[in-house]
Design a protein around this ligand. Structure first.
Ligand code: SF4
Length: 173
């Protein structure tokens, strides 16, 4: 499996037009996403996410009041203190976890989440492909976006394209 994150991002960008075409291919043929979800699940079992943790660098994590309370309990702190030290409020008053200077989530230490047991739902669900039983439909664009940051999703998506007999007309670039 390709794990070089720079290469993955570069290739995923090159596949932008191809992925659009693939989304039409899946939609027009009513292709089930089951093989993709199965492959993601299998690859996640083999892959050591702590060696990558790119999702913890490339995504902004929303947190609810309940999730802040769980993080506070995990850190043995007051929720207000967690809010003050580790979250920020957006224009729409939603809250997200702060980022470190290198864009990593405030709770990422090396490749390890310091609040793993209390991590927010958005983190638990990433990449959110293996967990749902419906057709990809509207979620295929987000799968294609995730492929640019996650080696597991990138690999599974490329395999899925091949499996469905997809032959891109769009030339990369
Ligand atoms: S809370 Fe933990 S799992 Fe979620 S982005 Fe931050 S470091 Fe990663």
């Amino acid at each position: 499996m390709l794990t070089d994150l720079i290469q993955i991002r570069r290739l995923a960008r090159m596949h932008d037009a191809e992925n659009l075409e693939f989304r039409r291919h899946v939609h027009d043929r009513h292709i089930s996403d089951h093989p993709l979800r199965e492959r993601v699940s299998a690859l996640l079992k083999q892959f050591d996410c702590t060696q990558c943790a790119n999702c913890c660098r490339q995504t902004r994590v929303p947190v609810s009041a309940d999730e802040i309370a769980e993080i506070a309990a995990c850190l043995a702190m007051e929720a207000a203190k967690v809010r003050q030290l580790y979250t920020e409020r957006g224009d729409d008053s939603s809250e997200t976890l702060l980022k470190q200077q290198d864009d990593a989530c405030v709770f990422l230490d090396g490749g390890v989440c310091m609040v793993y047991e209390a991590r927010p739902e958005a983190c638990r669900q990433f990449p959110a492909i293996a967990l749902h039983a419906d057709l990809l439909g509207n979620r295929l664009p987000s799968v294609c976006r995730q492929a640019a940051i996650c080696p597991v999703v990138f690999e599974a998506l490329e395999e899925f394209k091949h499996l469905t007999g997809f032959r891109p007309k769009a030339s990369p670039g």
